[in-house]
Every structure is written in structure tokens, then in C-alpha cells.
Design a protein. Sequence first.
Length: 211
Amino acid sequence: MNSKTPKQKIVFMIMSISILFTMIHCDDHHSGKGHDHEHEPLLAASEPTKGSLLELKNQWTNEEGKTVQFVSWKGKPFLISMFYASCLSICPRLVADLEQVAKKIESKTGKVPQVILVSFDSEKDKPEALKAYKQKMGLGPNWSLLHGEEETIRMLSVVLGINYKKMENGDFNHSAVITLFDKEGKNVARIEGIGAEVDNLISAFADLSKN
């Protein structure tokens, strides 16, 4: 039985149309030459789409091999970003930034935030690879690493305003974005770049934790 209200249906339809329109205009791969890992260029981010992330019904597989959807995180705020496990330059620093944000949030609010990392690499980053990466990086149980199909990954990147290109050598050039979503899956704050100022994320999470 469909329990969505007419307003929810309209919001979901607008969100879906926006995603599809943006996907049509995306150059999703096989452009450019391979990059130097030590000088990997960051792609500029785009504006995220409106609506709730929880409305996306795409299925993902986490590092434990379990099928999940974003609605699994309903009822609690969470941080999300995108990466790929074989990245040697940008992604380790992005993960380090996420760790610092999570630690500062816990220090300020006493709450451990949920953190979601979604891989760009549908071919290599299967659950076993993500589990190995999680162990290698020493990420805690509040972290979820997700694998998805190529179209699903592209759709999420459009929603988050994260741009990426697959290079000829199999690496990815991509944006570095960390986004905070509230308990209803609404985008409330985000930062772009490596080593960016994170106070807005921490303050926004603190405000959410009061509600």
C-alpha cells in the first residue's frame, strides 16, 4: 500500500525529474587521460538536488554484504560522502576530514554520528574490498561503506552535487564533498574541498541533536 501523501508524491516526482535531467547532461566517463596520484585534480562540485535522500529507493550493499536503502538511516542525522578504495591521494584525506568532523561532533554533542561512504567504483569496490578498506583505515561501527550499480552511483552523485569522471586507467577524478542530512534525509549543511572549515557541519549537527 502506498502511504505517500499527495505532497510527498509531488516532491518525489520533482526530485526524480531533476535527477534524470542532470544525468542526461553528465559526462560520466571515459574522458581525459590518467592522472598523477600525487596531483589528482579535484572536480568542482555542483548544487545538490532538493528533496529527501530517503525518497531514493535504490538498493546498496554494505561492507558486510547486506542490502540497505537510505531509509535505513531515517530518524537520525548522518554524514555522507563519496570515494573509491584504491584512491591514493584525495580519498584518504577526505576520510581523515570525515573522521575529524565525527570526532568534533562527538566531543561537542556527546553523540556518535553515523557516517556513510559510497564508492564511485562499482567494478572493484565490492563488499569484501570495502570491508578490507574499513579495517585498514580503522573506521568504527558507526561507519557504513556502500557499493552500488553504476547507474545508482551516478544518480546519488547528482543528488549530492558530486561530480566525477572515470579515467582511462580506471582511476576517478571527483569532487570532495561532505554533506550532513537530518533525520528526515534533508540536506542541512555541507562542505566542499579538502581541509575545509567544518564548523558549519558541527553547529548544524548540534542543532539537530537538540530536536
